[in-house]
Design a protein around this ligand. Structure first.
Ligand code: AMP
Length: 314
């Protein structure tokens, strides 16, 4: 696997994404950060833009200034679909347990997302790859209504929407190819404690591919004919897991789009690409780990993943 400078061949397969752009406050055993730029679509876009062109659809308030916008600057991220309106930006606060494996949401303030109606710019409508990052499922659906025959659609969600908007979420699940969620969410969504059974139940709701994120333990991919599993990279210094899931999704979708076709082999490579990027996201607070990334450090991490999982035939 290599990092393509501009997509394989001459065609660039863009990704359209909708999701939260946020101010996050985060507390982990390693420290705290207050009112830093975050949001599911932010992590996703920065990660995916390492592989291909990203078209971002989201909304921020007038408290989101130039300094904040700078996290997107100089990257392959088209901001035509990022609306700025009067009011406050989405805010979320999370606190992690001592082992970082669980977190409590202290608050979620939708703010400008409450009234947001995504208007997809004409130039975004033919995006072949679509990622519905974490946001109200009705908004995810409205984006799908406006795109023309995408080749591959994936989505993320979380407990907040599984509990709060189950009907709208079910409607989105029927329209997607892949769902990317964590193991706790998979259990909650399916009502099954066993993760294999949970996966089957969720596949019955629509998505033929299910990517279950298991935090430090890695990722389980469920497809029509079986499983593919990748461990998490064993890391000595983990500062903040926020955004690891969205970063994974960005690497996963970015790689798929950069190749341009969704075969079984490419999907397994994409799981590695996502895992590699996520391993950087957790090393710093907020976006720091991701913003520091270079193609060289990613390439080195991909080699480490190969070493981590390689074994001779027995
Ligand atoms: P992750 O750690 O991958 O689950 O993603 C954390 C990011 O999701 C943070 O940057 C939050 O701003 C964002 N987030 C948290 N709750 C929600 C929600 N209910 N809807 C949309 N985004 C959210």
């Amino acid at each position: 696997m290599d990092l393509p400078p501009g997509g394989y061949g001459f065609i660039v397969h863009s990704i359209l994404t909708v999701g939260s752009v946020a101010f996050d406050s985060i507390k982990t055993p390693m420290g705290e950060a207050s009112r830093v730029v975050g949001g599911a679509a932010t992590y996703f876009s920065i990660a995916a833009s390492l592989f291909t062109d990203v078209r971002l659809v989201a909304v921020v308030g007038d408290d989101f200034g130039k300094d904040q916008m700078d996290v997107f600057a100089g990257r392959r991220i088209d901001l035509k679909g990022l609306q700025s309106v009067p009011g406050e930006t989405f805010r979320w606060k999370g606190e992690y347990s001592a082992d970082l494996n669980t977190r409590e949401t202290i608050y979620t303030h939708l703010n400008v997302f409450d009234q947001f109606r995504p208007a997809i710019p004409e130039s975004y409508r033919e995006s072949p790859f679509v990622f519905l990052a974490n946001i109200h499922p009705a908004l995810q659906g409205e984006v799908l209504d406006q795109v023309k025959a995408p080749r591959f659609v994936a989505a993320d969600t979380m407990n907040y929407w599984i509990e709060g908007t189950p009907k709208e979420l079910r409607a989105v699940l029927r329209r997607i190819d892949a769902l990317v969620i964590n193991d706790e969410e998979a259990r909650q969504l399916s009502g099954e404690a066993n993760i294999v059974k949970a996966a089957r139940v969720i596949q019955g709701m629509g998505p033929r591919l299910l990517v279950i994120k298991r935090g430090e333990y890695g990722v389980l991919l469920t497809r029509e004919n079986g499983f593919f599993a990748v461990p998490g990279m064993p890391l000595e210094d983990v500062a903040d897991p926020t955004g690891a899931g969205d970063t994974f999704a960005g690497g996963f979708m970015g790689y798929l789009a950069s190749v341009g076709e969704v075969t079984e082999a490419v999907v397994t490579q994409a799981v590695i690409a996502g895992s590699a990027l996520a391993s950087f996201a957790v090393a710093g607070f907020g976006l720091d780990g991701l913003l520091r990334l270079t193609p060289d450090t990613v390439r080195a991490r991909l080699a480490e993943f190969k070493q981590l999982t390689f074994f001779e035939d027995l």
